[in-house]
Write a protein that binds this ligand. Sequence first.
Ligand SMILES: Nc1ncnc2c1ncn2[C@@H]1O[C@H](COP(=O)(O)OP(=O)(O)OP(=O)(O)O)[C@@H](O)[C@H]1O
Ligand SMILES: [Mg+2]
Length: 324
Amino acid sequence: MSKQTDNSYVTVSGLTKRFGDLVAVDNLEFTVRTGEIFGFLGPNGAGKSTTLNIISTLLDYDKGDIRIAGHDLRREARAIKSLIGLVPQEIALFPTLTAQENVSYFAGLYGLGGSQRKQAVAEALEFVGLAEQAKKRAGKMSGGQQRRLNIACGISHDPQLIILDEPTVGVDAQSREHIMDSIRTLRDRGATIIYTSHYMPEVQEICDRIAIIDHGKLVGIGTEAELLAVVTDVKSIVVELEPQAGLAIEGITDKLGLLPDVRRVIADADGSQLRIDVDLAFSDITPLVKVLMEAGVRVRSFNNEAPDLESTFLALTGRELRQG
Ligand SMILES: Nc1ncnc2c1ncn2[C@@H]1O[C@H](COP(=O)(O)OP(=O)(O)OP(=O)(O)O)[C@@H](O)[C@H]1O
Ligand SMILES: [Mg+2]
């Protein structure tokens, strides 16, 4: 076994996975650093779950190298298994077993026994805020409680690498907050975390670095700021207008479009707002104001709008997150 030479916990290179003719994961390359929360972002069918299931040793792959904590995944899968806790996208619980029995089952799979197992189960339930529901059958729990129990099942053996595949789908705001806090706590205790969500604010809130994948390929990787920088050569100025009858908005947008550093001007349907996309170099709004004044436009407000991760995503993939 080779020692780790840097701070990478997971290194994936050239990873390819086919399902028949479909290339679900296409030459994927990324590194997850020790102790970080690494976000995995991509539209439906991008290949996120496939990649995470491969890393979790549940699914075989066609090509590529994966190293986890210095172990080669193909040759040392057994050693790797105990280091990983997977919280799968599909809730995997036994409905007729109690919360406690469910967690205990998974703890047993990871080799915990006796009093150690009992304690681990209690801690995991406590951790996800289900201590009081320990004796409740999983099938009788609410969707949000089942999500939390699903998490408890994946972490009771105190894994170094925790992989969470859409852990907050279908939970209410309070459970979501609880889950977010728990994930941060796990990271602060030293775990390395891979986190998948469609919910952009969540990813922005807790991830140290983010990989964006689409059609099985990596299209961007870095901190939020680094990802934003990829597409932030444009910013927008949003001008809210007073309602005004008979305003020749088309002539105005044409004039604005001719100003230096202005790339595009879009008026909304009822003429109450103008969106002006300008180069980052654009700083002086005087010429812009002049055009508006000369046209007799009454302005309610000017606002600068910086691109967010959602627009970055759109720019990198040409698709919105929820589209398939
Ligand atoms: N067992 C399988 N057999 C055949 N095709 C599969 C299988 N599992 C996944 N796929 C296909 O591989 C592609 C990637 O699927 P995957 O579940 O990894 O996407 P995802 O990014 O997790 O999507 P979602 O956001 O919907 O969870 C999809 O086109 C999917 O239909
Ligand atoms: Mg998935």
